[in-house]
Design a binder for this molecule. Structure first.
Ligand SMILES: *[C@@H]1O[C@H](CO)[C@@H](O)[C@H](O)[C@H]1NC(C)=O
Ligand SMILES: *[C@@H]1O[C@H](CO)[C@@H](O)[C@H](O)[C@H]1NC(C)=O
Ligand SMILES: *[C@@H]1O[C@H](CO)[C@@H](O)[C@H](O)[C@H]1NC(C)=O
Ligand SMILES: *[C@@H]1O[C@H](CO)[C@@H](O)[C@H](O)[C@H]1NC(C)=O
Ligand SMILES: *[C@@H]1O[C@H](CO)[C@@H](O)[C@H](O)[C@H]1NC(C)=O
Ligand SMILES: *[C@@H]1O[C@H](CO)[C@@H](O)[C@H](O)[C@H]1NC(C)=O
Length: 373
């Protein structure tokens, strides 16, 4: 009986080693290529603004970056973004912003720009929406930049240039809704644009596949009705307009509508491109989970809708004229227990939980670590 035992033991040890190998965060992804907005921007907007605007953007001031890095990096949070935690887990460097000329893009490049909408500037302005910032940084523009950079990314790489690259698309949509709502339009009017926004994302994914992408994470959109500036702007005395989380039901119709349509479109794309892995990743559900059970995630239940870095006090601590990064606007005592960072964006501790859900489940289908590990 001894030899079979020894063989079993060996198999067991091998299995453990294998488990440790894949569980230890090693994967065979060799680069990350990202598209998106402020939820993924690692420095493009501030690089773009530098020669254009006289002073620093609020984003370029502390307390942005105070928890991790220790200085502002152009990320719209106190530390790392979901994308940063993914890069760490894959053993890759933080994804350098495309506009940081001279960066080494061999392990990834980030085209995401804070404020970027899914629909282009010319189109949104043509619909009479005030677009802020008024720059050409939409999903389509980012794809053009990618196209331009592709020859240098693929130099000497052979035909399967992106075979071990993880593409991350999104999220997109939040800035379209923000621009529409801030132009004094109603949620009903914003809902009209949902199919076009999903089309833009879906066409973007298809274009990446045509360029050779094999693994694409497609993120869904935030629950717009839970965002402190939206809650402040659309505040209503009618309690019936709020859900049990304190979010505006009408605002969340935008996110739900986009996400349902996007999920459907992902199914269509998977059928059309069976050799590409499309990972459906979620922001919407984890944010509702944070609001449902803040304590479970180490968050303070009395501050889940309160902006950490803001002004004005409860219920949202958000003031359009006193945003984070402006003189005199301070961060809360303990951002690690807060959900909302500056109003539109979440804290690093929230992003860490979301990233974990994308890497290992349950907030991605399939989870990132389950492919190519
Ligand atoms: C770029 O980074 C890669 C590793 O990520 C490294 O192998 C390569 O030598 C770097 N290239 C330059 C020019 O620094
Ligand atoms: C902007 O979007 C509109 C509507 O989707 C499209 O017709 C137009 O070609 C786009 N323009 C640019 C410059 O991409
Ligand atoms: C935008 O406003 C202009 C001027 O008021 C108007 O002529 C045009 O019809 C509007 N466009 C849309 C799409 O509402
Ligand atoms: C954005 O792109 C459009 C189409 O190429 C161009 O007409 C417009 O001037 C650009 N706007 C800005 C602010 O760069
Ligand atoms: C929206 O409405 C407010 C109050 O009526 C007004 O002060 C603001 O200028 C309007 N904004 C736009 C973009 O129309
Ligand atoms: C939660 O936040 C409230 C309001 O800021 C504060 O008074 C309380 O001490 C916090 N609780 C914990 C456990 O940090």
């Amino acid at each position: 009986m001894r030899p079979p035992h020894a063989a079993l033991l060996l198999l067991f040890i091998l299995a453990c080693l294998r488990g440790a190998y894949s569980g230890g965060g090693r994967s065979r992804f060799t680069s990350i290529i990202s598209f998106g907005d402020s939820y993924a921007d690692t420095g493009n907007l501030v690089k773009w603004a530098d020669p254009v605007f006289p002073g620093p953007l609020p984003l370029e001031n502390l307390p942005y970056g105070q928890t991790f890095f220790g200085y502002p990096t152009g990320r719209a949070t106190d530390g790392r973004l979901v994308l940063d935690f993914i890069a760490e887990a894959l053993g890759l460097p933080f994804v350098p912003p495309y506009l940081a000329k001279g960066s080494n893009f061999s392990a990834g490049v980030n085209f995401a720009v804070a404020g970027a909408p899914a629909l282009n500037l010319t189109y949104l302005q043509g619909q009479n929406f005030t677009v802020n910032p008024p720059i050409n940084s939409s999903l389509h523009d980012q794809l053009e930049w990618f196209q331009k950079l592709k020859p240098s990314l693929c130099k000497g790489q052979g035909t399967d240039c992106f075979g071990s690259s993880l593409f991350v698309m999104g999220e997109f949509g939040s800035n379209d809704y923000r621009n529409i709502l801030m132009s004094n339009k109603t949620v009903e009017q914003a809902l009209v644009y949902v199919p076009q926004i999903v089309d833009s994302i879906s066409r973007g994914v298809e274009r990446l596949i045509q360029q050779g992408a094999k693994y694409i994470v497609v993120a869904d959109v935030f629950p717009t009705g839970c965002i402190p500036p939206i809650l402040t702007m659309l505040a209503s005395p009618n309690k019936m307009e709020y859900d049990r989380h304190g979010c505006l039901k009408s605002g969340n119709r935008l996110g739900r509508s986009q996400n349902t349509l996007l999920r459907h479109r992902i199914k269509v794309l998977r059928r059309k491109y069976p050799h590409t892995t499309i990972i459906a990743a979620e922001y919407y559900r984890p944010i509702l989970a944070f609001l449902d059970m803040p304590g479970h995630f180490g968050l303070n239940s009395s501050t889940t809708l309160l902006t950490c870095c803001g002004a004005g006090g409860p219920p949202y601590n958000y003031d359009f004229n006193a945003g984070c990064g402006l003189p005199g606007v301070k961060a809360c005592a303990d951002p690690s227990h807060a959900l909302q960072w500056d109003g539109f964006h979440l804290t690093e501790s929230a992003y860490r939980v979301i990233a974990d859900g994308w890497l290992h489940g349950p907030y991605a289908d399939p989870s990132i670590m389950h492919v190519r590990s």
